[in-house]
Design a protein around this ligand. Structure first.
Ligand code: NAP
Length: 361
């Protein structure tokens, strides 16, 4: 059997593409990624994407703060029992999050997944590790040995935030360490507290500037004595009284406790042997992202940074006719859940129209 649409990836781009493709009667097949392959856990590339690794999502339209009990009821009513079980720790027991709050990333992703399921999306919990776009129908190979033929493909494998790889950084992820200021900056734990941002590019400067809305002070820690960020962004940061530059410094260790989360950051000099300890409530990494495109090598045009190239303005077309890309896998600029969902919708419509033009639909 030749599939009409295979969607690779299961973040907001993948599920939105699936919802649209399913409602267009294309019977999409989603490879949502392997949940058990250890490198996926270490890289943050497990099913449901980067949002599944975050806490509250306050900027996805349609999700204002509500009583957590209402979210629990919503989840119970909307999800099958086994999927609800994966979220039940948010509502029940010692780790529950009561009170008035926004939707959590994992909740939002389960709801999107379920919305795709109810319209007939089929899901395989495995990674696609190899593709052949030289022939048509395209051929895809999964990690567990499945081979699939398909008329169109929507690439929605996203990107992963780069971390430094310190064990202490890993220990405090979601407990004071974050790689997304826009996602996490407004959380109560960071309000009126000193924070650290690591990096010297546009993201670091933008995230540092954004965090000054909430933090008492933002230390911008950069490994050189000159920012990589664009001049206008640099000027904005350097003239902001709430930003203190820490030049020629690198993060040596994140300090804290399980209960309090992050309490300090130890920095080391990159030019001598000096170290210093800054009392901070949060450490934000802004040292770039890596798109999840290793499995596409040589098959579709990518930028030197690895992001898939959108070849046609206002469309999700790639260099291979019939292969479309949505979300962060092709977007190094906006990188937001809602923009990923938007391009996921576009990719499904582009695939549907491409199939219709070719007489396959
Ligand atoms: P980037 O430009 O690649 O900058 C990454 C920064 O992290 C660099 O300053 C780099 O230091 C530092 N870094 C990398 N690895 C590190 C490590 N192991 N330890 C310490 N520091 C490390 O990435 P980005 O800032 O995410 O930007 C990505 C792209 O998006 C860029 O094209 C950027 O212009 C664009 N962007 C634009 C805007 C905007 O215009 N509003 C906002 C965000 C991003 P070095 O400088 O020493 O290499």
């Amino acid at each position: 059997m030749v599939e009409k649409v295979v969607i690779i990836g299961s973040g907001p781009a993948g599920w939105t593409a699936a919802i649209y493709a399913a409602r267009a009667n294309l019977k999409p097949l989603v490879f949502e990624g392997s949940a058990t392959w250890e490198p996926n856990r270490l890289n943050g590339t497990t099913p449901l994407g980067q949002l599944n690794l975050t806490t509250e999502v306050e900027n996805f339209p349609g999700w204002p703060h509500v009583d957590a009990a209402a979210l629990a009821h919503f989840a119970k009513s909307g999800l099958p029992e086994d999927r609800y079980a994966a979220l039940s720790h948010l509502y029940e027991g010692k780790r529950a999050h009561p009170g008035h709050r926004a939707v959590f990333g994992p909740e939002l992703m389960e709801f999107m997944r379920q919305q795709a399921v109810i319209f007939g999306t089929r899901i395989v919990t495995d990674d696609i590790v190899k593709v052949d776009f030289q022939r048509h129908p395209f051929v895809l190979h999964s990690r567990e040995g499945e081979t699939v033929e398909t008329q169109t493909v929507i690439l929605a494998t996203g990107a992963r935030a780069n971390y430094l790889g310190l064990p202490s950084e890993d220990r405090f992820k979601n407990n004071g360490v974050s790689a997304c200021a826009v996602c996490d900056g407004a959380l109560p734990r960071f309000r009126n507290k000193p924070l650290v941002v690591i990096g010297g590019g546009d993201s670091a400067v933008e995230e540092g500037t954004y965090l000054t809305k909430f933090a008492s002070t933002v230390y911008l820690v950069h490994r050189r004595n000159e920012l990589r960020a664009s001049k206008i962004m640099q000027e904005r940061a350097l003239s902001n009284p709430k930003i203190t530059m820490k030049w020629n410094r690198a993060l040596d260790e994140v300090l804290g406790t399980e209960n309090d989360g992050v309490t300090a950051a130890r920095l080391k000099s990159t030019v001598d042997v000096a170290t210093e300890e800054l009392p901070v409530a949060g450490v934000f990494l802004a040292i770039g992202h890596t798109p999840n495109t290793d499995f596409l090598k040589g098959q579709v045009k990518t930028h030197p940074s690895g992001y898939v190239v959108w070849t046609t303005p206002q469309r999700t077309n790639t260099s291979v006719p019939g292969v479309f890309a949505a979300g962060d896998v092709a977007d190094s600029y906006y990188k937001q859940a809602v923009t990923a969902a938007g391009t996921g919708c576009m990719a499904a419509l582009d695939a549907e129209r491409w199939l219709a033009e070719k007489g396959h639909h």
